[in-house]
Design a protein around this ligand. Sequence first.
Ligand SMILES: C[S@@+](CC[C@H](N)C(=O)[O-])C[C@H]1O[C@@H](n2cnc3c(N)ncnc32)[C@H](O)[C@@H]1O
Length: 210
Amino acid sequence: MKKEKLIKKYDKQVKIYENHRSNQKLAGWRNKLIKNAYGKVLEVGVGAGANFPYYNRNNIEITGVDFSSEMIKSAKRTASHFQVKAEFIQADINELVLEHNSFDCIVSTLSLCSYPDPIAALSKFNNWCHQDGIILLMEHGLSSNILLSFAQNVIDPLHTKISGCHCNRNINKIIEKSNLQVEYIESYWSDIIYLIWAKPSKESFDYNKA
Ligand SMILES: C[S@@+](CC[C@H](N)C(=O)[O-])C[C@H]1O[C@@H](n2cnc3c(N)ncnc32)[C@H](O)[C@@H]1O
């Protein structure tokens, strides 16, 4: 799908993502993951700021990235409501250039499903995260249940056309190929949802200088 079309799709879904913020199941998982964030945090695909209530306001400074202007506007309102220190960059993650080793923590929730190349996105996270920093992910993907994964594969083209995101990404394989050093992983709903605590890959190098 063309980038401009995808951005418009997300612009139009801002109300849906604002409503998602009160989803109790997601809220529990967000809380479990996000409370581990600290220092200079880069939140990629920040959406409507659904993670903001769960950050420890005393020790974080967030940079939120999203290519949808409507999502950024909504995230700004959420940041102000929850009094979290945040600045925003409206940019496509695929084109974004940030300094090597410049964040203590990278957060991505429900976003790997949207990128054309999720492994390339994770390489960027590796690159931007300090070697002793942390990468926190809550992602959805292909179930380990054969019937569910069959259904996910069948509906994926329509799902992507409607929502802009893939419902059949193989999160395990993506993480494996990314070389992230997984410290802890949990999965739910027959492995459709993953919570991942990881360190950047040891081979991470400065792509800006390559
Ligand atoms: C499925 S939503 C998830 C939003 C939020 N992280 C959450 O947990 O509710 C994906 C978000 O990523 C953004 N996004 C998708 N592809 C992107 C890209 N290539 N660059 C920047 N943002 C992108 C969308 O605009 C949207 O806000």
